[in-house]
Design a protein around this ligand. Structure first.
Ligand code: HEM
Length: 206
């Protein structure tokens, strides 16, 4: 398998981050409300992984290195896994496992419904990420996987609702998203490829 060590490094990095947070929680090093810190960290981790997944194609266009695309699916699946852990830790730590409180929660904190919408989209992408689904869905696969763009907007809305007073972090993520979405516009994608061509020509001249 090509890029075996690179794929393994991505796998180990993505796995070790939540394990480290769990270790910190076990050591009572996450402050007075470790449950909330875990929910927040996992939510933010899922968003970072979503943005990393989106940046693999532009990075490939810019550098021509196939390793970026080799880990794109894995990063998407990690994003879904972090999202699942974010949801599970919300249900366990913040809701105390009392699912009967969910109705009241949704009325009080409608951003949870927005998060659930984003999560359902991620689940649809994860369920159809295999080569088998790709073959079965044909052209529809690409159309379905374009859902990643509305999903990232939905997740940003979910986050904005939560972090209202501390919006500096939100603006950073929104800015990165805007750049990544812009790079998908065909004109920009072509410009990116020509930057690579020019860089290649310059290194040949040296
Ligand atoms: C059913 C699905 C979801 C539920 C129930 C949910 C629930 C929550 C809750 C309760 C919070 C606020 C916790 C607090 O009080 O500080 C939160 C924050 C957040 N969530 Fe979600 N969420 C869901 C889906 C997602 C998804 C799919 C993502 C990203 C891909 C995400 C990213 C975030 C982020 C970035 C924050 C802000 C964290 C921070 O303040 O640092 N959420 N979510």
């Amino acid at each position: 398998m090509r890029y075996r060590w690179w794929r393994l490094a991505v796998f180990v990095s993505a796995l070790s981050v939540p394990l480290y947070w769990l270790y910190l929680a076990w050591q009572f090093a996450l402050g007075p409300d470790p449950g909330k810190v875990l929910v927040d960290n996992l939510g933010q981790g899922a968003l970072v992984l979503l943005l990393l997944t989106l940046s693999m194609t532009p990075l490939q266009r810019l550098t021509g290195w196939g390793g970026w695309l080799a880990v794109r699916r894995q990063l998407g699946l990690w994003c879904f896994t972090y999202g699942l852990l974010h949801l599970a830790s919300y249900l366990y730590f913040l809701l105390g496992g009392e699912l009967s409180r969910l109705g009241g929660e949704l009325l009080e904190r409608p951003y949870i419904l927005v998060g659930a919408l984003g999560f359902s989209g991620l689940a649809a992408l994860a369920m159809t990420s295999s080569k088998w689904s790709m073959r079965r869905l044909g052209k529809r696969w690409k159309a379905l996987h374009r859902l990643i763009y509305p999903i990232v907007i939905i997740v940003l809305l979910h986050m904005l609702w939560v972090v209202r007073s501390d919006s500096a972090r939100w603006f950073l993520y929104a800015g990165i998203t805007a750049v990544l979405l812009l790079l998908r516009v065909p004109v920009m994608a072509t410009a990116l490829a020509s930057v690579r061509g020019r860089m290649k020509a310059r290194t040949k001249l040296k």
